[in-house]
Design a binder for this molecule. Sequence first.
Ligand SMILES: Cc1ncc(C[n+]2csc(CCOP(=O)(O)OP(=O)(O)O)c2C)c(N)n1
Length: 185
Amino acid sequence: MKGYEVILKLQEYLGENDLIVSSNGNISREVYHYLPKPQVYLRGSMGLPVGVGLGLAVMNPEKRITVITGDGNLLMGFGSVVTVAYYKPNNLKILILDNSQYFTTGGQQTVSSAINYSKFLDSLNIMNFQSLEASPSTVNDSLDNFFNTKGLAILHYTIEEGKKELSNIPWHPTKIADKFLHRFG
Ligand SMILES: Cc1ncc(C[n+]2csc(CCOP(=O)(O)OP(=O)(O)O)c2C)c(N)n1
């Protein structure tokens, strides 16, 4: 499956109460267009989605936080995954959409294939992790497990490259922050 197909599928799992952090580039654009708004759509700032999600999760223990990140962003902020494993916030879900490339900027290859995600996440004692190819036959069970099992979860999907032509997010980052903060009253 392509990344946007996975994000469309998330409509079945993410509702008005969910807080989402999306990594910059196509993923933020797809999350903006396909999922409830407003969320933290990172723009420009690469490498931060896991760290931002961790902060939100720790500060809002009663809310569920879902981070949706590309592999390029994940790799740029890789230490944050270890911090997540240390604190294990039970309201944090991390979905990695791994196309092994910086797709947004032209498809330059990342070094994601150097990681055995299953072994890496296992070594961090993350109880709920899965690493698999996103396909119509795997996506339902893996997303059910990811969202419907309580606690910290990390789901690593290998995905196909590809995108839908979507317009840019019309909000300046300060406006994104304002709109998101308004959700807290
Ligand atoms: C520090 C920094 N380097 C490079 C960029 C340019 N850039 C924007 S999105 C992107 C690719 C992101 O890759 P990934 O997270 O794998 O998502 P994909 O584009 O594959 O969906 C890059 C390199 C940036 N914004 N910041």
